[in-house]
Each structure stands twice: as structure tokens, then as C-alpha cells.
Design a protein around this ligand. Structure first.
Ligand SMILES: N[C@@H](CCC(=O)N[C@@H](CS)C(=O)NCC(=O)O)C(=O)O
Length: 196
């Protein structure tokens, strides 16, 4: 299996961490950009990550890839079954939403002068801050167990550090900060740490 992703993509990192936690062998392939034809040929949305399967089929987007890894991999389920499933998926959506807003704000910030919208970037930043506060408010619900929600949230916070160092989420949420620091020590996180 090949995971086609970009080095700083938080969605790709989340999927890669899930594969490592589930003991799966994965080849990481980095296209020159998300718009590379090699990506669009497998995912018409032209976004990474894309999982290229040995059958020639491809899977996207990252929640689908993560659930696939959870299904075929070893060890405890990262997406539980039964009633516990839904809050885990909701919190993963919260973390993915932080990533979406952070990626959108970053892309807007590098548009040429005159084309950039401060209002758009402010809206994304407000969404990020509100969502970090919400995550901090329910930290006890996901801190205790390694699941898809905790993996996604830790990845989202690291992506903020890399792309939005001006968003001081740590002083807003010191307990989230302590938990995040422990998550980043896991071998799967250390092996996928984005270069600053
Ligand atoms: N919902 C998608 C989001 C993927 C996404 O936004 N990927 C970004 C990189 S972090 C991308 O490929 N952007 C390329 C583009 O928008 O042109 C997922 O979870 O996989």
C-alpha cells in the first residue's frame, strides 16, 4: 500500500500514525504538490492523503483511510463500536475541522497582496480558537485512551505549532498542552514529526 501525501499534511500524518499504531506496512509517496496529476488521477478532489491499494483502487479522504487501517490492522480498535463510536467520530471531526481551518488560513495567507482576505483568515482563526477551547473542555473524555479522536487532536495541535505559531493555544489550554506533549512522545508520533 502506498500513502500519497505531502510532508506537512496533517491529514496525511494522522493516517500515517494510525497505520503505525495498527502495525501496518506502508510506503509513503510524496508528490511535488497536491495538484500533481498523480494525485488527481486517483482522487478527483486533488487532495492528499490518498491510499493506493495493491488492487489498483484508491481510497480517500483521511477518515476513510483511517477506518480502513483500523479494520485491517492489528490490536485494539481506534474507532470503537457501539455507543462509544459516535463521540469518538465527532471529536475526530472537531480535530479535522481545526486542520481544515488551519490549512485554509495558511493558503489564504500566502496569496498575493491585494488578493488576500483578512476577514477570511480571521474567520478561520476564530474557528480554530473556538474548537481548541471545545477540545480543552472535554479533554477528560479523550485523554485516557488512544483512539482516532486523540490521535487527530494531537496532530491538529502540532499542525497549529508548525503553520500558525501565532495562535497561542497553549496558554488558553495548559492541560491540553501537557496531554499533547505526552502524545508527541509516542513512537508513531516521533516517527512522523513534521520538520518545522
Ligand atoms: N478532508 C480531506 C482534507 C485533505 C486536505 O485538505 N488536504 C490538503 C493538504 S493538507 C490538500 O491536499 N490540499 C491541496 C489543495 O487543496 O490543492 C481529508 O481528510 O483527507
Amino acid at each position: 500500500m502506498q500513502l500519497i501525501t505531502l510532508p506537512l499534511s496533517p491529514f496525511g500524518r494522522k493516517a500515517h500514525i494510525v497505520a503505525l499504531e495498527k502495525g501496518l506496512d506502508l510506503e509513503i509517496v510524496a508528490p511535488p504538490s497536491g495538484l500533481d496529476p498523480s494525485v488527481a488521477a486517483k482522487n478527483p478532489l486533488a487532495k492528499v492523503p490518498v491510499l493506493a491499494l495493491a488492487t489498483g483502487d484508491a481510497l480517500y479522504d483521511s477518515p476513510v483511510i483511517c477506518e480502513y487501517f483500523d479494520t485491517i490492522g492489528n490490536g485494539a480498535l481506534l474507532i470503537p463500536t457501539g455507543d462509544e463510536r459516535w463521540p469518538v467520530l465527532r471529536r475526530m471531526a472537531l480535530a479535522d475541522g481545526i486542520m481544515d481551518a488551519a490549512v485554509a488560513a495558511r493558503q489564504e495567507s500566502i496569496r498575493p497582496d491585494g488578493e488576500r482576505s483578512q476577514a477570511f483568515m480571521d474567520k478561520q482563526r476564530q474557528s480554530i480558537v473556538r474548537s481548541v477551547d471545545a477540545a480543552a473542555g472535554e479533554l477528560q473524555s479523550f485523554a485516557g485512551q488512544l483512539r482516532l479522536d486523540s490521535i487527530a487532536m494531537a496532530v491538529a495541535l502540532t499542525y497549529l505549532d508548525v503553520r500558525h505559531p501565532g495562535i497561542d493555544w497553549r496558554s488558553r489550554a495548559p492541560e491540553l498542552d501537557r496531554w499533547h506533549a505526552e502524545m508527541e512522545k509516542r513512537p508513531s508520533f516521533a516517527a512522523t514529526k513534521p520538520a518545522a
